[in-house]
Design a protein around this ligand. Sequence first.
Ligand SMILES: [Zn+2]
Length: 263
Amino acid sequence: MADAGPPGPALVPHGEPPVYFTFAGLARLGVPHATTTRHCPGVASFAAPIDPRAPRPPFGPATTPALRPAGLDLARVAYARQAHGAAAAPAPAGGGFAGSVDVVTTTAPGVPLAIFTADCLAIVLYDPGTPALAAAHVGWRGTARGAAQAAVRALTALGARAGRAHAAIAPSIGPCCYEVDEPVTRELARAYPGRWQAWTRPAAGAGRVLLDLWAANAALLAEAGVDPARIENPRVCTACHPELFFSYRRGNRGRLVTLAALP
Ligand SMILES: [Zn+2]
């Protein structure tokens, strides 16, 4: 799709053109956060280091001032070498490298958790009662491997209650644009027999379907105990909005980052 119109009121733009969006619900809860657009400078994917104990910082110098209005202190950012799995790790107390995981958690105020994407879902989970925060990177592999559920488990391991948690799903590829074939559907069928079809509709080619990772992960979060009424799912597609986002599927190979910190 060439132009799907502007994202709805669930995502609030910042800047002209927007440098990042915030979620209406997370903002109401006072969570410093941002999900960036292609107009945010200096965002790179995790740069595989020669020495895994000393990864390169994932942001350039221009990113810090660009995201400062969101209340995010990038000097304390925590990030991971994302691996399309479901492993979780706590962020180092002062930020920095959390390991080769796809779920990062924290109970420390002011430590932004960063998830890098270019079509995959970034999911933020926040329990104001503990308080505790988790951020997850979830593509089709992460969905099959249960990354969203792993994020809920990692949060509850910190004393959080799933039923009290607020979830937000960042702009990512939608069912309008996410055509997949047998290697993907085989893994989903193995992980969620009898259920995965509800997250798909037929595509033109034989064995091909349009996959709704938003619906799948909202359902999996709810099944893990998150109140569906507390799942912010603005359903904004990265591939439908080339003017705003990078999309791997569309060949726009930059990176978006979703960041959130405990107040
Ligand atoms: Zn789309």
